[in-house]
Design a protein around this ligand. Structure first.
Ligand SMILES: NC(=O)c1ccc[n+]([C@@H]2O[C@H](COP(=O)([O-])OP(=O)(O)OC[C@H]3O[C@@H](n4cnc5c(N)ncnc54)[C@H](O)[C@@H]3O)[C@@H](O)[C@H]2O)c1
Ligand SMILES: [Fe+2]
Length: 408
């Protein structure tokens, strides 16, 4: 049994369930806030959902402002405007309302308001000087788990890479996870952000920093997401599937916030940073190839993942059972039509050397990986996932039309 000193952090309050958003006014009142700023992005604002969070706040006597110009996959240069908006309005609480992008902007705004520091100086672990305004995180994707993590991720346009700010001061005070807010998510966002949630669970489960607190969360997350994701993508109004995804994403967030993510995220950051590919898609491109590599270091864990994914491993050796989980991951991406090869998103093989250099700098994540990775290993993994094999292209032109298509 692992009896080392372990730390498990999460928001003080998690409010979950169908229509949980009705509780947001009471939660903000408990924080003693009087004037709340809802930060969201144009896509979420256009879906007409802002009213669902505004109404309970107004009913609780809270003054409300809305900033709806958060940028998806937020570049660092986009943050200053929202910070100024918050400063000028004199807000005393920030509601991050949206996918991981809007929530991350809300989290970093809370610590940039009234401070001379820039986001660049906060990159890395524990470089945020102090706690800022209270944060209530309300996700509209199932997704990133950002509502419970100590992380905010931004595109550094100067370095062409995504970078993380990691600090306990970024953990939201309250997370409100309501599956009804994800119903309007289009299929391609449901698929890509759902893959991200799934990958958080798998990486947390296989991280060298997994604990007895994170393992059950990650395993349950894998199970819930594996059961729900196809229905959520292709029958988006199915509340049970949306609930399964919202809870799976939340569990994945709680697990990876404490166990860490590993090489899938490390290798996907250069893809997202250089080629502006959505985070969930960039992760999916790396998933099977990193897992094929990692599997040999922890066959038992991978055979358990196969079971959690609903695979029948009866009669299989541990190695074959572990390989079954990787096959199931490949099939999942095919089924929900998320791109699977770098060539699917027009990334040339010539980009691999530079991406490998950039991935090598993601030491914060690589140290969690269950199998050591040299630069040559990283280059080989990128090459494995570089070009869709001819046979798969042929299949996509023939019987199996799902192989090359992507959901819209
Ligand atoms: N902080 C963390 O712990 C953490 C973890 C993983 C990823 N991330 C970051 O989160 C970002 C990705 O977040 P995401 O995958 O949730 O996507 P997102 O927030 O970028 O949103 C994607 C698109 O979906 C739209 N959208 C979101 N919810 C919707 C809804 N309910 N209805 C209609 N449209 C909706 C948005 O307007 C946007 O155009 C990336 O920047 C990634 O690096 C953060
Ligand atoms: Fe992620």
């Amino acid at each position: 049994m692992d009896m080392k000193i372990r730390v498990h952090r999460s928001p003080k309050s998690l409010i979950t369930g169908v229509d949980a958003i009705t509780q947001v006014g009471a939660e903000v009142s408990k924080l003693r806030a009087k004037k709340a700023l809802i930060m969201t992005d144009p896509g979420v604002a256009e879906s007409g959902m802002v009213e669902t969070v505004e109404r309970p706040l107004i009913d609780a006597g809270i003054e409300v402002g809305v900033y709806s110009k958060c940028v998806p996959e937020p570049p660092m240069s986009s943050l200053a405007e929202g910070v100024k908006f918050c400063e000028q309005g004199g807000y005393d609480c920030i509601i991050g309302f949206g996918g991981g992008s809007a929530i991350d902007v809300a989290k970093i705004t809370s610590v940039l308001v009234g401070s001379d520091a820039s986001v660049e100086t906060m990159v890395g672990i524990d470089n945020v000087p102090k706690k800022g305004l209270p944060i209530v995180a309300v996700p509209t994707t199932a997704g990133t788990g950002s509502e419970v993590t100590a992380i905010a991720i931004f595109a550094n346009e100067k370095l062409n890479v995504k970078q993380g700010v990691v600090s306990g001061f970024l953990i939201p005070n309250v997370a409100v996870v309501d599956p009804m807010l994800t119903i309007s998510c289009p299929p391609h966002v449901t698929a890509a952000s759902g893959m991200d949630a799934f990958i958080h669970c798998v990486e947390a489960y296989t991280s060298v920093n997994a604990t007895m607190h994170t393992d059950p969360l990650a395993r349950e997350g894998i199970e819930l997401i594996s059961k729900s994701i196809r229905t959520a993508v292709f029958d988006g109004t199915n509340v049970e599937a949306r609930f399964g995804m919202a809870m799976g994403s939340l569990l994945g967030g709680l697990a990876f916030a404490n166990a860490g993510v590993t090489a899938v995220h490390a290798l996907s950051y250069p893809i997202g940073g250089t080629f502006h590919i959505a985070h969930g898609v960039a992760n999916t491109l790396m998933l099977p190839w990193v897992m094929e590599y990692n599997m040999l270091a922890c066959l038992d864990y991978f055979s358990e993942i196969a079971v959690a994914m609903g695979e029948n491993i009866q009669g299989l050796s541990v190695r074959d059972a572990a390989a079954r989980s990787v096959d199931a991951m490949k099939q999942l991406a095919v089924d929900i039509q998320v791109p699977q090869y770098l060539s699917d998103v027009n990334i040339p093989e010539s980009a691999i050397e530079e991406m490998a250099d950039s991935a090598m700098s993601q030491t914060r994540l690589l140290v969690n990986n269950p199998r050591r990775l040299s630069r040559d290993d990283i280059v080989a993994i990128y090459h494995n996932g570089a070009v869709r094999p001819e046979s798969a292209v042929a299949a996509s032109n023939g019987k199996s039309k799902t192989a090359k298509a992507t959901v819209k």
